[in-house]
Design a protein around this ligand. Sequence first.
Ligand code: 13P
Ligand code: SF4
Length: 309
Amino acid sequence: HLIPDDLFTAINDLKRDLNAVVLAHYYQDPDIQDIADYIGDSLGLSQQAAMTDADVIVFAGVHFMAETAKILNPDKLVLLPDLNAGCSLADSCPPQEFSKFKAKYPDHLVISYINCTAEIKAMSDIICTSSNAVKIVNQIPLDQQIIFAPDRNLGRYVMEQTGRNLVLWQGSCIVHETFSERKIIQLKIEHPEAEIIAHPECEPAILRHASYIGSTTALLNYCQKSSSQAFIVATEPGIIHQMQKEEPQKIFIPAPAINNCACNECPHMRLNTLEKLYLAMKNKQPEITLPEDIQQKALRPIQKMLLMS
Ligand code: 13P
Ligand code: SF4
């Protein structure tokens, strides 16, 4: 296909023709965020996917997010602009190894962070996201033991917040492990007026300097509420596009990575482009498909999360 010059108009036309909705995560390129019908964190995006009456869901995010939308909408066409848009955290928890790990704790409830494959979701009791993990763990009776997978950093943070002991799967996100504590402290010395805010996927060495910790949506809301005029933002810098839009007079400084690379940008999220999004809609592929048994088993823990949020 030829790529039209005005991709915004072409995508909007396709949205109408297909009765499609474009859902985008805050870590997407700014132009994708600008064409989206809804931008959100992982919880917001799954809530939108659960309630949409569109025929086609175009998911501008990574594979596990589009997969979640498909699990919630088995009869809808769910498109992901680039099928290679994976997630290091989801990859850090292979189903076979997780199954062996789970077998060692037969009495434990399994709470899995949404950043995991459909196979892991199918082995879980409840799904959570970074915005509701603490809330969900707090609803579990104290005598019930819990496995928390796959992110050890979010897991440790939930342990601190709830005072509970969780059995953690030792996974992590390559993006949120890349921040340099030394460089963040240096930045803070250069900008003493700036508040450090962080996503709970960051390591404890970063989180201990943060005056606020939350999901991408929570961070965005915090920047609007806070009287501070400057922020050092320790998460994927795609979110800064919305922060700057909402608060044009405030200053947002992306937290620096260990070796002056752009590795604070998620290489998976950034595989999606406006062009690929257009082509996905035009060609009605790449499409997300799932084996029926996995789809069915993975649905219950997601529905539980939506009820408990
Ligand atoms: P939230 O969308 O819950 O803030 O999580 C961030 C993330 O890493 C998504 O992959
Ligand atoms: Fe996965 Fe990390 Fe990218 Fe989020 S930022 S999609 S957790 S690799």
